[in-house]
Design a protein around this ligand. Structure first.
Ligand SMILES: Nc1ncnc2c1ncn2[C@@H]1O[C@H](COP(=O)(O)OP(=O)(O)OP(=O)(O)O)[C@@H](O)[C@H]1O
Ligand SMILES: [Mg+2]
Length: 426
């Protein structure tokens, strides 16, 4: 008597809210779609950490005009057809849920031009309902704009994190994409400012070194169809590990912890595991975040193998301090009582002294306004020692890119480019 079925509208929203919980999830799903569509360039734009606006634009194959309405329907996908395909997934997407979920909980404009068509289609959707659809002129590819995420889902809206937190999570996500696909040009613009601009690279190592601004060591091993490539930073900084299985960024606590132990807690490690798709189950987590890997122990063995030679040295007490130096920072000077000029590795960095100190206080206290007030100002005279302290602290920041309000903290030049422009070999 008291039990009744929920109206379908409520059910739709609840399940959409399970797939898309945050701006981060939204960006992740959209970029994955772009990569599945074979794009070589993906531009992401966010406003207010994605809470106000998200735009993902790509130059991929586009969506056929006859498919435009289908893509926002639940369980509509071009990626798998039957159960047997679940064993052979090589794409990021396969559930046909993401666009449906995003469309249900936002105001969305999706524009796409299929690569064999001369015109594109623009479709405007509000809370899952198509309110306008027309032909438009545009480049080949797809552009999805998401306005006011959860505007019709107040409970979820209430639980969104602070702008800075959402933005940082999206920056990290974009870095992970950049690490998984070194051949793709990624940009990230936040509140109108370009935060990341990562040109296509020759190989993984180049992208990794570019992203972290330091040199890495490469180790590689293959056995029984499994290849493990592990890149470790030469320098000790804030340790972090990225793990990719068949190009998918995954969390696998067990393996992450194992890698951390093997490479050391202060190293940056990027590990790629490539194996036949049937050896991974990507279908264990609703968000595809966790994967189950068969033969996880074999992978651990391979990782151990990679470091075996080092360990032999270690037993003989030869390896102790090998490559264990902290990054060399050289403060070149302070310009206009505003900019700290520093040489770090192969780059010349220009830091905004106010933003740098603000971020430092913020990472300690979590209070943006107080950190802004208490931090150094442009115009404050500081010594080279203070500058050095600030830059050293920056190296351990969780977010090195932007201040709590979203302004970029630094601008950097590659020394190699400077030498090249001066026609001098280093
Ligand atoms: N950027 C894009 N370029 C080309 N086609 C796209 C793009 N985004 C979506 N599509 C098409 O729309 C379909 C639905 O996308 P959606 O993300 O909802 O599902 P999916 O990627 O198939 O699976 P999942 O829900 O696991 O992401 C895709 O299968 C694809 O055919
Ligand atoms: Mg998808």
């Amino acid at each position: 008597m008291f039990v009744h079925s929920l109206p379908s509208e409520v059910i739709e929203k609840i399940s959409a809210g399970e797939v898309i919980e945050s701006p981060l999830d939204c960006v992740k799903e959209l970029v994955e779609n772009s990569l599945d569509a074979k794009s070589s360039r993906v531009d992401v734009e966010i406003i207010k950490g994605g809470k106000k606006y998200i735009c993902v634009r790509d130059n991929g194959t586009g969506i056929h005009r006859e498919d435009m309405e289908k893509v926002i329907q639940r369980w509509s996908t071009s990626k798998i057809r039957d159960v047997s395909d679940l064993l052979q997934i090589t794409s990021f997407g396969f559930r046909g849920e993401a666009l449906h979920a995003i469309a249900t909980v936002s105001k969305m404009i999706i524009k796409s031009r299929f690569f064999q068509d001369s015109l594109g289609v623009r479709m405007q959707v509000e809370g899952g309902k198509i309110v306008e659809k027309e032909q438009v002129g545009m480049q080949i590819g797809t552009c999805v704009e998401v306005y006011d995420l959860f505007y019709n889902f107040p409970v979820r809206l209430k639980f969104l994190k602070k702008e800075d937190t959402e933005r940082n999570r999206i920056i990290k996500l974009m870095k992970a994409f950049a690490l998984s696909r070194w051949d793709v040009h990624f940009t990230l613009t936040s509140n109108g400012k370009k935060v990341l601009d990562l040109y296509p690279c020759q190989d993984r190592k180049e992208r990794i070194e570019l992203l972290f601004g330091q040199k890495f060591e490469e180790r590689k091993i293959s056995k029984d169809g499994i290849t493990v490539s592990l890149y470790t930073s030469l320098e000790n900084t804030r340790g972090e590990i990225y793990l990719f299985v068949n190009s998918r960024h995954v969390q696998n606590r067990n393996l992450l912890e194992y890698i951390r132990k093997v490479i050391g807690y202060k190293k940056v490690g990027v590990c790629y595991i490539d194996l036949p798709p049937f050896m991974v189950d990507v279908n264990v987590h609703p968000k595809k975040r966790e994967v189950r890997i068969y033969k996880e122990n074999l992978i651990k063995e391979l990782i151990r193998e990679l470091f075996k030679r080092d360990q032999v040295h270690f037993t003989f007490g030869l390896a102790q301090e090998k490559a264990l130096y902290t990054p060399s920072v050289e403060i070149v000077g302070i310009i206009d009582k505003t900019l700290i000029l520093a040489k770090i590795g192969d780059y010349l960095y220009f830091f905004d002294q106010h933003l740098l100190s603000e971020r430092m206080l913020y990472e300690a206290s979590g209070d943006a306004e107080a950190s802004c007030r208490a931090g150094l100002k442009a115009g404050d005279t500081i010594s080279k020692d203070t500058a050095l302290e600030l830059v050293r602290a920056w190296m351990n920041f969780e977010n090195k890119e932007v201040c709590p309000h979203g302004r970029p903290i630094y601008y950097r030049l590659y020394l190699g480019d400077i030498y090249k422009n001066l026609d001098r070999r280093r």
